[in-house]
Write a protein of this length. Structure first.
Ligand code: AMP
Length: 287
């Protein structure tokens, strides 16, 4: 049976998901943007474009083998799934937010009967049940932030990333229920049947993410500074050192460095007398 993978068809998780799949070498063909599903050329993987919210269910019932969605969606679905890779994007948290002018400052201040607007009714119910609070869940499909203003609810449980939307709507975050990012997710059953295929996809996508977090750095450095240069790149195997034709005082080094340390690395190399410093992106990093 063809292996099936579900990815978000639109919304916040869509663009980066597609970018990761393409960079990891899945060939979606020319017209994937207009189709509900495509078969990746040469790989016998069907990619289905569906709502991020529906993906946990499709995996749980075995309609698809693998998916990409937010941990918030998995949490709300209530299904026990198997997260196989954190994708390091779509970071957000599901939080309780209250109108600034209310006198609620902690969950303890929330009274029984309080109306909570949310698109995450299941996690929200479980959370308030665990706190012994008997709240009324008002299930909305979006724009929860507006609900206290128009009198539909007293408070909300909604996704927050920067907090700017809450601020605009004069809401205050008081507690986090779930922290979330996009993940690659499957089920125990799909994993048993297809572990080799799943791990191939996981490893390809992981190699893209790992590569994006690294840069390839090349420089010509004074031989006398090699001990100092070794100290500059701790934790790695150390730079590859190569002779430069006609030079005895300088050698070339090549090294993979963390992208977030590149600023410091280049400055320090320059101070050690390095010349011709080049940094390059890496496409895939397979250890
Ligand atoms: P969509 O509703 O299709 O745009 O997808 C929303 C998903 O994007 C959520 O379930 C989260 O996993 C993720 N996300 C990341 N940051 C945010 C945010 N600030 N607001 C809403 N969703 C976010």
């Amino acid at each position: 049976m063809t292996f099936k993978m579900a990815v978000p068809n639109k919304g916040r998780l869509h663009d980066r998901t597609i970018e990761l799949l393409l960079k990891s070498g899945l060939d979606l063909g020319e017209d994937w943007g207009r189709r509900l599903y495509v078969t990746a050329k040469n790989q016998d993987i069907e990619i289905l474009f569906v709502r991020a919210q529906d993906i946990p269910r499709f995996i749980a019932i075995g309609s698809v083998d693998l998916g990409i969605t937010g941990q918030d969606q998995i949490a709300d679905s209530g299904f026990v799934l198997k997260e196989v890779l954190e994708l390091e994007f779509g970071h957000c948290r599901l939080s309780v937010a209250v109108p600034e002018q209310s006198n609620i400052r902690t969950v303890d201040d929330i009274k029984d009967g309080c109306r909570v607007a949310t698109s995450f009714p299941n996690v929200t119910k479980r959370f308030f049940d665990s706190k012994g609070k008997n709240v009324e869940i008002v299930n909305v499909s979006g724009a929860a932030e507006i609900m206290p203003y128009i009198g539909v609810s007293d408070i909300i449980v909604d996704l927050v990333s920067s907090g700017a939307t809450l601020k605009t709507n004069r809401l205050m975050e008081i507690e986090t229920l779930v922290t979330s990012q996009a993940v690659m997710v499957t089920s125990e059953k799909a994993m048993e049947a297809n572990s080799a295929r799943i791990m191939d996809i996981v490893n390809s996508v992981k190699s893209v993410i790992d590569a994006e977090n690294k840069k390839y750095l090349m420089a010509d450095v004074p031989v006398s500074q090699l001990p100092e240069i070794d100290k500059l790149f701790p934790g790695l195997a150390g730079p590859t050192v190569m002779n430069i034709s006609g030079r005895t005082d300088m050698v070339a080094i090549h090294v993979v460095v963390d992208s977030n340390t590149i600023f410091d690395s280049v400055n320090k190399l320059q101070k050690l007398g390095a010349k011709g410093i080049l940094t390059l992106p890496i496409e895939r990093l397979v250890p």
